[in-house]
Design a protein around this ligand. Structure first.
Ligand SMILES: [Zn+2]
Length: 147
């Protein structure tokens, strides 16, 4: 598991040299928002980081419903049963499991259909960081563009 940190963003990458699967953590002042949950092993890593930062996880946001973005969701939901999980209505229909839904948080949601009909991207206004799931990819790295 490779962990890369940039500003408030943590990128967890499983199999970075083979078939990179990413999960992101956004650290706010009082909580942590998780984006995508492609493999089960992200859950224990996220738990460790949250405990180290001493902050609760307030939401899990999913960019789309492909397996490499949602396979860890059932385990995540078991370990963090009270954390709301969000996905577009369109891609929610593709899942073979369910979870408690609630409102989106302070990330801007940008509809980004193409990779899947219900793909969305998450934009953090203050840092101008965009997390686009598979609508935009880099291989095994974060792509930085300073403004
Ligand atoms: Zn995909």
């Amino acid at each position: 598991m490779k962990v890369t940190k940039y500003k408030n963003l943590y990128q967890l990458t499983w199999a970075p040299m083979l078939f990179p699967i990413n999960c992101y953590l956004w650290e706010n002042d009082d909580d942590i928002i998780v984006i995508d949950m492609g493999v089960k092993s992200f859950v224990s890593e996220i738990k460790k980081i949250a405990e180290r930062l001493n902050k609760p996880i307030s939401a899990l946001l999913l960019t789309h419903a492909h397996a490499d973005h949602v396979n860890g969701v059932p385990l995540f939901h078991k370990i963090f049963p009270n954390v709301p999980i969000e996905i577009s209505e369109r891609d929610f229909k593709l899942l073979d499991f369910t979870f408690k839904n609630s409102k989106y948080n302070n990330f801007c949601i940008i509809e980004s259909p193409g990779h899947t009909p219900g793909s969305v991207s998450f934009f953090e206004k203050e840092s101008k960081i965009l997390i686009a799931g598979d609508a935009f990819q880099t291989r095994g790295a974060l792509l930085f563009q300073e403004h």
